[in-house]
Design a protein. Structure first.
Length: 157
């Protein structure tokens, strides 16, 4: 799929980066309607290391999390948009309800989530800390949300 690595290629890429002495940062999300809040968040995440890899919920896992009306954009479109951002080095899709297995497979040095999370509740935090990694929560910037965008669009129709 254009814009996304498969799991094996993502694991291999992360291994290469680590072998080169680079600090790999991981975050995940649906990134359904890309907005400035997402971009700022990803730039902040990227600033915590040398390479940023994104775990992107596939369409089925987005539906499981957000309901049958989502995603708005299919996974191929979302992967293409996210992978085109300067802050992002790689994107990998996952179908599980959480990214825990992907985090374990990729073995990042830094696990990042947005300000709506508390570090103790972040999926994969125990594992990342277990291998000496770091878990970071970055604050939200601005008043952006995909849900709010969808509501505004629906109000216009």
């Amino acid at each position: 799929m254009e814009g996304a690595l498969d799991w094996a290629d993502a694991e291999q890429q992360c291994t290469v980066w680590r072998d080169e002495g680079l600090r790999v940062v991981f975050t995940n999300g649906c990134f359904d309607l890309l907005h400035p809040g997402h971009i700022t968040y990803l730039e902040q995440a990227r600033s915590l290391g040398d390479r940023l890899i994104i775990g992107l919920n596939d369409d089925g896992s987005v539906r499981g999390l957000k309901g049958d009306a989502r995603p708005i954009n299919p996974q191929g479109v979302r992967a293409r948009m996210i992978s085109a951002l300067r802050a992002v080095d790689a994107v990998v899709l996952f179908s599980q309800s959480t990214p825990k297995a992907l985090i374990v497979a990729l073995h990042p040095a830094v696990l990042v989530k947005g300000g709506d999370y508390c570090a103790e509740e972040i999926v994969g935090a125990v594992e990342v800390r277990g291998w000496g990694g770091e878990v970071r929560v970055v604050p939200f910037v601005g008043d952006f949300s995909t849900t709010a965008l969808i509501q505004r669009i629906r109000a216009l129709s």
